[in-house]
Design a protein around this ligand. Structure first.
Ligand SMILES: O=C(O)COP(=O)(O)O
Ligand SMILES: [Mg+2]
Length: 234
C-alpha cells in the first residue's frame, strides 16, 4: 500500500525528529533542584514528554504523569519560569537528531513534498533547535504548542496547516511518535505514520493504529511516491 496524491508532510518534533528528552530532563531537574525538591531519572521524565511545557512542569512538580490538579499557582508560575529560562539556554546540550532524519527530510523535500513542523513544544524553541541541529531551510511552516488556542491531540493545528498551505487533509500525512499525533491526525481526517522509537508515555504507538508504523525514520519514505534514486547521507 502507498499513499496517494500527498503534497504536505507534517512532522512532530520531540521523539520524532529529535531526541530532546535528555535536555528536557536536565531543565526539569534544574527547576526541581532550584526549588529544593527531589529530582527524577531521565527515563521517568522521558515518559512525561508530549503535552508541552506547562504540563511537563506540572508532572515534574507532582512527580507523576497524572499530575496533581491543586498545584499552588504561584509555585507553578515560578517553576515554569525557571524551567523555560534554563531550557532556552540549554536547548541542544545533549539533544540530537535521530538516525537518518536529515537525509530523509532532504530526499522528501527534493521530491517536491512540502514539509511542516507541528509540535506541542513552545514555538520560540523550534527555530533555535533547528539551527542547532542543522535542520534549517527544510520546513515551510512551524507551529508550536502555543501558536494556536489548542494543541495536539486537537486537530486544530493540523487543520490550520491545511488552510495556510491551501491543501486538504487528504493531501497531507502526519508523522509522529505519540498518540497525540495519531489522535490529532484521525480527528483531522488525515493519514499518519507512527514511529516506535519516541516517547509516547512508554506505550506502543501501534495501539493507536497509524496507517504505517516505522522503527527507523528512513522507512517513512517507503509509502510515499519517490521516483529518483537516492542515497541516505546524514
Ligand atoms: O514538548 C512536548 O511536550 C512535545 O513535543 P512534540 O509535540 O514535538 O512531541
Ligand atoms: Mg513527539
Amino acid at each position: 500500500m502507498k499513499f496517494n496524491n500527498k503534497q504536505v508532510i507534517l512532522f512532530d518534533l520531540d521523539g520524532t525528529l529529535i531526541d530532546s528528552a535528555p535536555d528536557l530532563a536536565l531543565a526539569i531537574n534544574h527547576m526541581l533542584t532550584t526549588l529544593g525538591r527531589e529530582t527524577f531519572s531521565d527515563d521517568l521524565i522521558r515518559s512525561w514528554v508530549g503535552n508541552g511545557a506547562q504540563v511537563i512542569v506540572k508532572r515534574g512538580l507532582s512527580g507523576k504523569a497524572d499530575f496533581d490538579q491543586d498545584i499552588d499557582p504561584a509555585l507553578f508560575d515560578k517553576a515554569l519560569d525557571i524551567f523555560l529560562t534554563f531550557y532556552a539556554k540549554n536547548l541542544c546540550v545533549d539533544t540530537v537528531t535521530y538516525a537518518n532524519v536529515r537525509s530523509t527530510l532532504k530526499i522528501l523535500k527534493a521530491q517536491g513534498y512540502r514539509l511542516v513542523i507541528v509540535t506541542n513544544k513552545p514555538f520560540d524553541f523550534i527555530e533555535p533547535i533547528l539551527e542547532g541541529l542543522q535542520l534549517t531551510g527544510l520546513f515551510e511552516l512551524l507551529l508550536g504548542g502555543d501558536s494556536l488556542p489548542e494543541r495536539k491531540p486537537s486537530p486544530l493545528p493540523l487543520l490550520h496547516v491545511c488552510e495556510t498551505l491551501s491543501v486538504t487533509p487528504e493531501q497531507c500525512v502526519m508523522v509522529g511518535d505519540s498518540k497525540n499525533d495519531i489522535l490529532a491526525a484521525n480527528a483531522a481526517n488525515m493519514q499518519s505514520i507512527g514511529l516506535t522509537y519516541g516517547y509516547n508515555y512508554g506505550e506502543d504507538i501501534a495501539e493507536h493504529k497509524p496507517d504505517f508504523v516505522c522503527s527507523d525514520f528512513a522507512d517513512i519514505i517507503a509509502p510515499f511516491a519517490v521516483t529518483n534514486q537516492y542515497e541516505l547521507v546524514d
